[in-house]
Ligand binder design. Structure first.
Ligand code: ZN
Length: 138
C-alpha cells in the first residue's frame, strides 16, 4: 500500500480524493493547506473543508532540474524527468499550486480543465511507494 507524502492535506486513499483546506466562518475565505488562522481576516474561527476536485489552469511552468532539499523525491539527477507545476483555480473557491501530470508547456493552456489525481513521487528502501497530489488535464 503506498503512503501519502503529506497524509493530512487530502482525503486519499478515499476514492476520488479531495484536498483539505480551511474555511473562515467570519469572512468565508478558503485557504490551502489548512491554516489555523484566516489569512484574510486573521480570525481563528476556521474549520476544515474539502476542496473541489476539478479546476482550471491559471499559470504553469516546468520544473526542469532536480529540486534541492527538502524535496522528497528520490530520483538522481540522471533519473530525473522534468515535471509540470501549475497554479489551479479550484471552482471559485481557492487557488492551489501543485504538480501537473503534463510536463510539455505546449500542451497546456490558460483555462484548461484539470482534475486532482495522485502520482508516485518516490519508492522507499522497503519498496513502499510514496504518492503526492497532482493535477491532470481532462
Ligand atoms: Zn476570515
Amino acid at each position: 500500500m503506498p503512503k501519502a507524502l503529506a497524509p493530512e492535506i487530502s482525503t486519499w486513499p478515499a476514492p476520488d480524493p479531495q484536498l483539505i483546506g480551511s474555511r473562515c466562518s467570519d469572512c468565508g475565505a478558503v485557504a490551502f493547506p489548512v491554516h489555523s488562522r484566516c489569512p484574510r481576516c486573521s480570525s481563528g474561527n476556521v474549520a476544515e473543508t474539502t476542496l473541489p476536485r476539478r479546476g482550471t489552469l491559471v499559470s504553469w511552468t516546468t520544473q526542469g532540474f532536480l529540486p534541492g532539499p527538502p524535496y522528497a523525491g528520490r530520483e538522481t539527477a540522471e533519473m530525473f524527468t522534468p515535471f509540470g507545476v501549475g497554479l489551479v483555480q479550484l471552482g471559485d473557491v481557492v487557488r492551489v499550486e501543485g504538480r501537473l501530470t503534463e510536463n510539455d508547456p505546449d500542451r497546456l493552456a490558460f483555462g484548461m480543465e484539470v482534475e486532482l489525481t495522485m502520482v508516485p513521487i518516490a519508492v522507499g528502501d522497503d519498496g513502499t511507494e510514496t504518492v503526492t497530489f497532482a493535477f491532470r488535464t481532462i
